[in-house]
Ligand binder design. Structure first.
Ligand code: PHE
Ligand code: NA
Length: 455
């Protein structure tokens, strides 16, 4: 297919909104606050900022530069650097596909909970409601049970929204959708945060989130968690940012775009952390317990702890609940669009297939695959897939990418490519971060995860 027909972003703001839209997702709203709190609270922000500046933004510059230069998705980018590396690009695409199929399901849950929020329909026992009434959870991961229509219907809607947006292309679809979703997300997060900090007990929650425990800085695990969070949150190493930057117009400021995306995503994380922990503080306050007792990880925070907190609010709680689940929905959908686009663009670029035809195939196969998560065993399978992707997929893909590009490729040529395009010039520190610093830390991270999983 001719490169001219690939599509292009209509404006710089449009690209940035789409890139931040991909970055800001479910990971900012429930993953970041919990990760920070369990890794030294306020002291976590130090390794987090270090990871952002030494790995996150440098890799964003790298991926934006490569996508812009080669104007192709992951398999094409890696093939053009070295024929043998094409497989790695496909591997990144495959990870994106694997994330897509379960990410859609979590968004579908958020959509159902948006509906429940109008009447706080989850009742008193929010855990029993999630596992029993809503998910129809079976007794083992091997026991699929039938399809659960309560999940299948929102799942069809979410895939449908992705389908419609992606069908309209880069500028008319993704860019337009991002320009609608992102401002709405900012407004809803601000509303949540304002409501949150004005609740009794909020200070207790914020203290838990922000109070630095400097002794934790000596713990390598905290650093490891910070790098992991940055990778996941910035959507790097899965070919996503490569695909998005391949649609940049010729004269685009790469370095500035990377800084805005990286810092913008980080602001969203901190804002939602303030909101989430204020609410948890309020809940701990009303129950007379410690904040650590109400804060729990992962899916549970958004679908068990939060509904409970929402029901306990002093007034207008359905309005608050609706706002919260809407923000999960906006954040989730803009990320899912980028995941599907990554797979889609790989197929278009490599098989010369027409966009709409490729989209039909990706959506059909993706939708059918994600139905497995809409069975009685869905939550179990989702937990397992998510664990392996987060613990190995993220680190290993990131590690291989920077090792290939900085040790087996002329990294300097990329620096020389992006600098003339950018107002702010990157120095040799960039090469140092990618060649030595980040591989060292990521290497430790992977080894630790493997050891931790075995023992
Ligand atoms: N970055 C998004 C988040 O924080 C999700 C995401 C993860 C998107 C991995 C693509 C790849 O939720
Ligand atoms: Na998003």
């Amino acid at each position: 297919m001719s490169k001219k027909n690939r599509g292009e972003w209509g404006s710089r703001v449009g690209f940035i909104m789409a890139a931040i839209g991909s970055a800001v997702g479910l990971g900012n709203i429930w993953r970041f606050p919990y990760t920070a709190a369990s890794n030294g609270g306020g002291a976590f922000l130090i390794p987090y900022m270090v990871a952002l500046l030494t790995a996150g933004i440098p890799i964003l510059i790298l991926e934006f530069g490569l996508g812009h230069k080669i104007r192709s998705s992951a398999p094409g980018v890696f093939r053009s650097l070295n024929k043998k590396w094409q497989a790695f690009g496909w591997w990144q695409t495959a990870i994106s596909f694997a994330i897509t199929v379960y990410y859609m399901v979590v968004i579908a849950w958020a959509m159902s909970y948006l509906k429940f929020a109008f009447t706080t329909g989850w009742g008193e026992d929010t855990k029993g409601f999630l596992f029993g009434t809503y998910l129809n959870l079976s007794d083992s991961p091997l026991h699929l049970g039938g399809l659960n229509l309560k999940v299948v219907i929102p799942l069809l809607i979410i895939w449908g929204i992705n389908f419609i947006v992606l069908r309209m292309g880069i500028k008319g679809g993704i860019e337009k959708a991002s320009k609608i979703f992102m401002p709405l997300l900012v407004l809803s997060l601000i509303a949540i945060t304002v409501r949150g900090v004005t609740l009794p007990g909020a200070a207790k929650g914020l203290e838990y989130f922000f109070k630095p425990d400097f002794s934790r800085l000596a713990d390598p695990k905290v650093w490891v968690a910070a790098y992991g969070q940055i990778f996941y949150s910035l959507s790097i190493a899965f070919g996503i940012m490569l695909a998005y930057s391949s649609y940049l117009p010729k004269d685009s400021d790469i370095v500035n775009n990377a800084f805005i995306t990286g810092l913008g995503n980080c602001s969203f994380s901190i804002l939602s952390g303030i909101g989430v922990f204020s609410i948890l503080g309020y809940m701990a306050h009303t129950q007379g317990v410690e904040v650590s007792e109400v804060a729990s990880a992962g899916v549970g925070l958004a679908f068990i702890v939060f509904p409970k907190a929402i029901s306990a609010l002093p007034g207008m709680n359905s309005l608050f609940g609706v706002t919260f689940f809407l923000s999960l929905l906006f954040a989730g959908i803009s990320s899912s669009i980028s995941l599907v686009e990554t797979v889609l663009s790989a197929i278009i670029d490599n098989f010369g297939m027409e966009r709409r035809k490729a989209l039909n195939i990706v959506v059909l196969v993706g939708l059918c695959t994600s139905l497995i998560f809409a069975t009685g065993a869905g939550l179990y399978i989702l937990d397992i897939v998510d664990h392996y992707i987060n613990n190995y997929g993220v680190a290993v893909a990131g590690l291989i990418e920077i090792i290939l590009l900085s040790w087996f490729f002329n990294l300097e040529s990329i620096r020389e490519y992006v600098n003339p395009l950018s107002d702010f010039k990157i120095g040799k520190w960039w090469n140092f971060c990618l060649k030595f610093l980040t591989p060292a830390i990521l290497g430790v991270m992977t080894v630790k995860n493997i050891i931790g999983d075995i023992s």
